[in-house]
Design a protein around this ligand. Structure first.
Ligand SMILES: Cc1cc2nc3c(=O)[nH]c(=O)nc-3n(C[C@H](O)[C@H](O)[C@H](O)COP(=O)(O)O)c2cc1C
Length: 231
């Protein structure tokens, strides 16, 4: 009797296992939305940034590198939105603080995005891009390094030295350059984690950029980042 009971139990277990195996189905990943960038009333309204990206920090650090070749495809709204938020967006709405630190919380780094649609300033409070010039500045940004003009867009990191509560130009310029470095690293890390290509660049035609963006001598273009999908 005991033997019959054991046999039945094993048979039941085997049948259950078989059923489980046949029920295993591949869970379909929902396709990520891909909205083209669109200018409406001189503004590109960015969608909510996707803060659910799960690439590990160690994997990202292990793979960060400068990449100087870009596919022609323009970034979509979702990607540019998350890129700009990661670069220097507001991560604590209760006090308006940013993803990148800044000396004395000056929040002096202003981001401009230049592309075929024109040149835009990033407004972190609105999480939107506001048109500042209809001119595509990728060539003066690239300057002597032609590869940079081939990226679908470039981000220009400008330090507004008037945001510091002191005047000493040597001190504010140094702090502004350091603040730009943090934003630059945020761009690198997001790009690496999202399979985008970028490189930090000090090279650019600063005079042409200052003139086109109507910057004062206290608004200093510190760095730029061409960004594109990996070729
Ligand atoms: C402040 C700064 C300025 C840079 N300027 C340029 C530049 O003008 N052009 C360029 O091609 N790379 C530039 N780079 C990228 C460096 O050449 C690159 O980081 C370096 O070769 C190390 O390579 P990796 O980033 O892949 O580790 C710059 C990097 C930094 C941090």
């Amino acid at each position: 009797m005991k033997k019959i009971f054991l046999f039945c139990l094993m048979a039941a277990c085997f049948a259950a296992c078989q059923q489980n195996n046949t029920q295993t189905t591949v869970v379909e990943q929902p396709e990520k939305p891909s909205t083209p960038l669109q200018v409406v009333n001189d503004t590109i309204h960015l969608v909510q940034p996707d803060t659910t990206l799960t690439a590990s920090l160690m994997h990202t650090l292990a793979h960060r590198s400068s990449i100087r070749e870009y596919a022609e495809t323009q970034l979509d709204n979702e990607t540019l939105s998350t890129l700009l938020w990661a670069a220097n967006g507001i991560n604590r709405p209760e006090n308006g603080k940013r993803t990148a630190p800044s000396a004395v919380n000056a929040q002096d780094i202003v981001l401009y995005v230049t592309m075929d649609l024109g040149t835009f300033i990033y407004l972190p409070e609105k999480h939107a891009l506001q048109l500042v010039s209809t001119t595509d500045l990728r060539k003066p940004v690239a300057s002597t390094q032609e590869f940079a003009a081939a990226a679908p867009l470039s981000i220009i990191l400008v330090s507004d030295l008037t945001k510091f509560p002191f005047d000493d130009p040597q001190r504010t310029t140094l702090l502004g350059a350091m603040d730009a470095g943090y934003v630059s690293q945020n761009i690198y890390l997001y790009c690496t984690a999202s399979n985008l290509a970028t490189v930090a660049r000090g090279t650019m035609d600063k005079a042409a950029i200052q003139q086109a963006l109507q910057l004062t001598d206290k608004q200093i273009p510190m760095l730029n980042h061409p960004v594109g999908y990996i070729k």
